[in-house]
Design a protein around this ligand. Sequence first.
Ligand SMILES: Cc1cc2nc3c(=O)[nH]c(=O)nc-3n(C[C@H](O)[C@H](O)[C@H](O)COP(=O)(O)O)c2cc1C
Length: 218
Amino acid sequence: MMSMALNVVPAPLSHQCRRVPGRAARLQAPALKGSRAISRRSVAVSAKIGVFYSTSTGNTEEIAEWFSDENDCEAAQDIGDIELSTLSEYDGFIIGAPTWHTGADAARSGTAWDDVLDEIAALDLSGKKAAIFGLGDSGAYGDYFCDSMEELYQTFKSAGCEIVGQTPTDGYTFTDSKSVIDGKFIGCPFDSDNEADMSEERYAAFITTLKADGLIPA
Ligand SMILES: Cc1cc2nc3c(=O)[nH]c(=O)nc-3n(C[C@H](O)[C@H](O)[C@H](O)COP(=O)(O)O)c2cc1C
C-alpha cells in the first residue's frame, strides 16, 4: 500500500515556504529511509521579518522604510515603541541605528536602542537571522564610523541570532570603526551626511547579500 504520510521539510528563510509533499514528486524522489520522500509542491508561508530602528534626525528611519517597502518585510517600527517580548514572534530581523555618542563604549546610538539592549540580549531569539545597518558620518566622525552597529551585533548575538549581511569596507573612507570585525563591517553602513548619493547602491548590494544569506526571499 502506498504511504500517504505528509512530510514537512523545514525550508531556509530565503525560500519563504514550507514544503508539503505532492504525488508527482513523491514518485520521482529517490527512496528515502523509512519511505519518506521530499516533494516539490509547496505551500507558501511568508516568514515574518521585522524592521526595527531608532533615530534622532530621521536618517535611519528613512533607510529602514526602504527595507519594509521593497522586501515583503513588516512595516518599520521604532524600537522604542514596541513590547520587546513581541520580538520572539518574528522569524528574522533587519535592525538599524545611528551613532551619536562619539567614542563611547556603551549607549553609542544615543537613541531608544540604548535603553533596551540589555533586555534584548536576555531574550531567546535563537534560530533567527538578523541583519544590521547603521547611519554615521565618515567625514566628521571617521574615527568612530557607525560604531553603534557593533552594539546591535553583540546584543542580537547574545540573544541567539545568527548575524548575516557582512559588508566589505571597499568604497568607504573612514579611519576606524568598532563595527569592522575580521576585515568587514558586521552590517551595512550608510552615510547620509556626506555620501547620500551612494546609499541606493549600498542598499542594493546589501539586499543581494541578504538574499544570498537567506534572510529575505531571493
Ligand atoms: C554630535 C554628533 C555626534 C555624532 N557622532 C557620530 C559618531 O561617533 N560616529 C558616526 O559615524 N557618526 C556620528 N554622527 C553622525 C550621525 O550618526 C549621522 O548624522 C546620522 O545620519 C544620524 O542619523 P539619524 O538621523 O537617524 O539620527 C554624529 C553626529 C553628531 C551631530
